[in-house]
Design a protein around this ligand. Structure first.
Ligand code: CP
Ligand code: NVA
Length: 317
């Protein structure tokens, strides 16, 4: 994989948020600090209008609840405005080239968030835009989500260093992003994925070539869950894979986050799920509703971490 390099435009340094691999550990740790500051300000009712008068265009080519609402509420709380653009209801849906959309939106807005299919689409959008572009999920990565997840782990466990993270299920966009995170932040990660549904090989090779921690890929969920501090899963069929639903249900039987599997985790483990969840498929109702589940804090933290990302990219922070 070609690691994404931040682009420059004339005199202005433009930094995008397309993949974690474009950032150093320190840069990402600073986002956790800023998110924590902004979260406190919001809870205390203190003004933090770091993006007063700024506009974020939010392009959606796939469905969303959390991403759409947290970005729109986030930019509003920062003093700006979010503009929802459904690709189907815009000229993009009628075939207007992405590079033309990029240059047009750059003349009106201060940032673009996009949820789409290929990672190359967000890269092309960022290349032709003169304003920062944020990846709100592609088939390859979901970087805002994993940053929110790590913020949640920091809050509940006091940090991520020295912890073992387990991924159970599909080697999808979330799994790929966790692999990058493990290499950058230096925590242990064990992924249990069935054969044929493993994470992106280029992402894994990139991570293994630079990781100082253990990144293990297995097809045995028990190996991944054994001694884990943080256990994480996601739907068996991601958006765009609906036609494979039946085949995937068969392939992923045995890859469920359930009470039996959690017996091998550490006693004080936490459970993450990016949501939406399919109860009693990848996770049981008992586990997602259980006392070790932190999924609602995780969903809330999308708001706080994305405010930090927007403030960092679109403001003077
Ligand atoms: N986790 C997440 O990205 O949720 P949405 O699909 O609802 O945006
Ligand atoms: N892997 C899931 C994540 C949804 C937030 C998907 O891409 O549909």
């Amino acid at each position: 994989m070609r690691p994404y390099i931040a682009c420059t435009r004339g005199k202005n340094m433009k930094k995008d948020f397309l993949a974690l691999n474009a950032f150093t550990k320190d840069e990402l740790d600073n986002l956790f600090k800023l998110a924590t500051e902004l979260k406190l300000k919001q809870k205390n009712g203190d003004k933090h209008r770091l993006l007063k008068g700024k506009t974020l265009a939010m392009i959606f080519e796939k469905s969303s609840t959390r991403t759409r609402v947290s970005f729109e509420v986030g930019i509003y709380q920062l003093g700006g405005h979010g503009l929802f653009i459904s690709s189907g209801a815009s000229q993009m849906g009628r075939g207007e080239p992405l590079k033309d959309t990029a240059r047009t939106l750059s003349r009106y807005c201060d940032g673009i968030m996009i949820r789409t299919y290929g990672q190359e689409i967000v890269e092309e959008l960022a290349h032709y835009s003169t304003i920062p572009v944020i990846n709100g999920l592609t088939d390859l990565f979901h970087p805002c989500q994993v940053m929110a997840d790590l913020l949640t782990v920091i809050e509940h466990k006091g940090g991520y260093a020295g912890l073992k993270f387990a991924w159970i299920g599909d080697g999808n966009n979330m799994a790929n992003t966790w692999i990058e995170a493990a290499a950058i932040f230096g925590f242990d990660l064990a992924l249990a994925c069935p054969k044929g549904y493993q994470p992106d090989k280029q992402v894994l090779d990139w991570a293994l070539s630079r990781a100082t921690s253990r990144i293990v890929l297995t097809d045995d969920p028990k190996v991944a869950a054994d001694g884990a501090d943080v256990l994480n899963t996601d739907v068996w069929a991601s958006m765009g894979m609906e036609a494979e639903q039946r085949a995937r249900k068969e392939a992923f039987a045995g890859y469920q986050l359930n009470g039996q599997l959690l017996k091998s985790a550490r006693p004080d483990f936490v459970v993450l799920h990016c949501l939406p969840a399919h109860r009693d498929e990848e996770i049981t109702d008992e586990v997602i509703e259980g006392s070790n589940s932190v999924v609602w804090d995780e969903a809330e933290n999308r708001l706080h971490i994305q405010k930090a990302i927007m403030a960092q990219l679109m403001g003077s922070r």
